[in-house]
Design a protein around this ligand. Sequence first.
Ligand SMILES: *Cc1c(COP(=O)(O)O)cnc(C)c1O
Length: 417
Amino acid sequence: MSDLYPEMDALKSSDPDVYAIIRDEEDRQARTIRLIASENYTSRAIMEATGSVLTNKYSEGYPGRRYYEGQEHMDRVENLARDRGKELFGAEHVNVQPYSGSPANLEAYYALCEVGDPILGMGLPFGGHLTHGWKVNFSGRFYDAHHYGVDPDTHLIDFAEVRKIAREVKPKVIFCGGSAYPREIDFDKFGEIAEEVGAHLVADIAHIAGLIAGGQHPSPIEAADVVSSTTHKTLRGPRGGLLMCKKKFAKDIDRAVFPALQGGPHMNTIAGVAIAFKEAMRPEFKTYAADIIENARAMADAFVEKGYTLVSGGTDNHLLLVDVTARGSTGKIASTAMAQAGIVCNANSIPFDPRSPFDPSGIRIGTAAVTTRGMKPAQMRQIVAWTDDAINHADDPARLAAIRAEVDAMCGEFPVP
Ligand SMILES: *Cc1c(COP(=O)(O)O)cnc(C)c1O
């Protein structure tokens, strides 16, 4: 068993049940190959900050304008996080208080439009996010939500369709960015359309924030009025959210976060976000972001060689969507067999998927976490070979167990940071 955090002595004696669960999960994370595109491993420094005394402090308000006393150190850490965020992304204003990506999006709507207003986002089945107006989400219930998709042949965002719908419905807010879109996003084109129809543009960079910070994907900072993000995906920070905007929206964004939709900020997380920003400013992070993409391309090529079909034919970023029906499987069968073999991803719908979301045609794969562990294209090809083997022997527990043992051995060579 790996022993990353030996300092958990107090927990071990006071609550052996929770201690055991954490140790088991630590072990699982170390001994499986993590291909879930939204997951990563934070640095140990960030884990220390999020587990620190900062979790004990209430800091409602903003630096210099708090509702409780004793904020001299909390103001320092929040100002540090905001200043580093501005520097890293070149943003005019940064709010580091959103609890996560979904609350950040809720806050963006609150700041930019009224309940019932028309909004426009990428449909969930095409790679959008629930919070971009999907019907089961608050955004689909409280706003008049419309959706754009991708071209049926190229699987690229269909800008003619975006423009057409935008002209028809005159959205107050247009969302761009997604959770399962493997290609570069043209923020400038979205900006032109938003300007033409008088909409505010929100760029949700939850998945690609680390690629943008590392200079491997164009930045939306100029084109978008508001940029929302998570901090824990490719950006490799603690679990949290982030809003950036032009100066003229700063007041509305800050008020939307507090007091409109949140109470006290999680200062332990904000300290972790400050550390993540500093890590992302280092030259090594540029290399990391480039390696993520190189690894994704190596995987894409290996899947195509083995006869799989990729949504959009490949990838420009950290993720790929693999159509496994081309090899006689389904998303659920493939992801379940892979998990038994120690390779963890998720089943995912593909554009125009004829199958149900519960057992769709595809799997979504991301390379951010394996790249953090130092794996390279050679390991990516090995992972695809194991994946293909697992998919072809989904009903053979002995074969899956044999792959599991090989996965375990390779994981031992690439320790979790
Ligand atoms: C992950 C994600 C979110 C939501 O983040 P949570 O932290 O899970 O709430 C929002 N938007 C996009 C595009 C995402 O991928």
